[in-house]
Design a protein around this ligand. Structure first.
Ligand code: 2IT
Length: 448
């Protein structure tokens, strides 16, 4: 049997109730065919694919906390340490009601390839909890973070595993977790978490990095198409940290963001999300209401309840910034019908496998999230560097490094698509580049 098919089947048998994890395994493995075919004997001998789909360690723990009325609550905490071949585990923490082991494993698996693409020495991991931060008071958030870290601390460290933020975890939560870690360890291990505040070891540009990086990646794609960003229209989803950074950079470079979305629907702003409206996104997020309708109410634009922009709004470029599987096959068909040319994936795995295939077959350029959103973790890597050398870099320096990293990611991908005659398939190119470096390291380090 074909090696790739064999390992996909093995993943299906061993993880029957993990649809998101199986989705990314199928997507990644089936795109590796050219490099697997070229090295099959060696990869089989070293069980590369079998090891690539099995996390090195998975930690699940109880997180007890009390609310402001002294009522007890129990959540489930996770940390999946997927692969440490090229560096300590690195990846965010997600606090969201729907978090489960399948979602943790899909995110950790993708993080392995993404982190490899950055060119920085970071392995892949991910964690979080099914805790729902919406509507919680600040002291409830603090108690939850402290309880979560009271277990997690024994599994992490600057040379072991370095968590950061993801959905539901930003500067405030990182601060509370860092405080608790430091208190338990009685040691100022600055590099144990990234996304810290500027006053205690955080890097400049980390909050903006995912959205800025995604836009820098897009600039390379537009250059390839002999186009520029000026005057282009965009549909974004989400209104959190990632959408905020993207909107900021797009507006700065002369593009126009027409939509944002939330769990309640999407807003359409014909004048573009810009200036104070971008700042207002931060207020919406800080309010903890998790509603995008507030934007429409404040600025008097249209609001479409319970709908997504995909396929409903004509724009030059789509940039999903909310979460996994936002774009399905029906959306993809509508996108092709209304003539969308570029899908720049910013959230992790925003598109179903069926939809990616359909879009590519209909000449839509799909820019894969593992590459597009790698700027976030890349600046986390730069934060680790700054913590190690006990220095702070200027905003200009971090931004310049980020631009260099995003261009390098793009260049490596294009080089590999040429090497393997993959036309301009950036999805396959990103997977192959990310995979190769990790596989080489795993071979060199033996069967561990
Ligand atoms: O999905 C991601 O890459 C992140 N949530 C950021 C991870 C990090 O370590 O900065």
């Amino acid at each position: 049997m074909d090696y790739i098919e064999e390992v996909i089947q093995m993943a299906e048998e061993n993880n029957p109730n993990q649809p998101e994890f199986l989705q990314t395994v199928r997507e990644v493995l089936s795109s590796l065919r050219p490099i697997i075919n070229a090295n099959e004997a060696e990869y089989r001998r070293m069980a590369i694919l079998e090891r690539m789909i099995e996390p090195e360690r998975q930690i699940i723990f109880r997180v007890p906390w009390t609310d402001d009325n002294n009522q007890p609550h129990i959540n489930r905490g996770y940390r999946v340490q997927f692969n440490s071949a090229i560096g300590p585990y690195k990846g965010g923490l997600r606090f969201q009601k729907n978090v489960n082991l399948s979602i943790m494993k899909f995110l950790a698996f993708e993080q392995v390839f993404k982190n490899s693409l950055t060119g920085l020495p970071m392995g892949g991991g991910k964690g979080g909890s099914d805790f729902d931060p919406n509507g919680k008071s600040d002291s409830e958030i603090m108690r939850f973070c402290q309880s979560y870290m009271t277990e997690l601390y024994r599994h992490i460290g600057p040379n072991i595993d370095v968590p950061a933020g993801d959905m539901g975890v930003s500067g405030r939560e990182i601060g509370y977790m860092f405080g608790q870690y430091k208190r338990i360890k009685d040691s100022y291990d600055n590099g144990v978490l990234t996304g810290k505040g500027k006053s205690y070891g955080g890097s400049r540009i980390r909050p903006e990095a995912t959205g800025f990086g995604a836009t820098y990646f897009l600039l390379e794609v537009l250059k390839h198409e002999h186009e520029s960003i000026e005057g282009k229209t965009f549909c974004l989803s989400g209104f959190g940290n990632v959408a905020w950074g993207a909107a900021k950079k797009i507006a700065e470079l002369g593009g126009k963001v027409l939509t944002l979305s939330g769990p309640d629907g999407y807003i359409y702003d014909k004048d573009g999300v810009q200036g104070e409206k971008i700042d207002y996104m931060l207020e919406m997020r800080a309010s903890g209401r998790n509603r995008v309708q507030d934007y429409a109410d404040k600025f008097g634009c249209e609001f479409f309840p319970n709908q997504k922009p995909w396929g409903n709004v004509k724009a030059d470029i789509y940039m999903p910034c909310a979460m996994q599987n936002e774009i399905n096959i029906d959306d993809a068909k509508k996108m092709v019908e209304i003539g969308i040319k570029i899908l720049n994936e910013v959230s992790n795995m925003p598109t179903t496998n069926e939809a990616i295939k359909y879009l590519q077959e209909h000449d839509v350029i799909v820019c894969p999230s593992k590459a597009v959103n790698a700027g976030g973790v890349a600046v986390s890597g730069l934060e680790m560097s700054q913590n190690s050398e006990r220095l702070f870099w200027t905003q200009e320096k971090v931004d310049k490094e980020l631009q260099k990293i995003m261009k390098n990611i793009y260049d490596q991908i294009v080089k590999v698509t040429k090497l393997y005659h993959l036309d301009y398939n950036l999805v396959a190119g990103a997977n192959i580049v990310g995979f190769k470096k990790v596989a080489d390291a795993m071979i060199a380090q033996g069967l561990v």
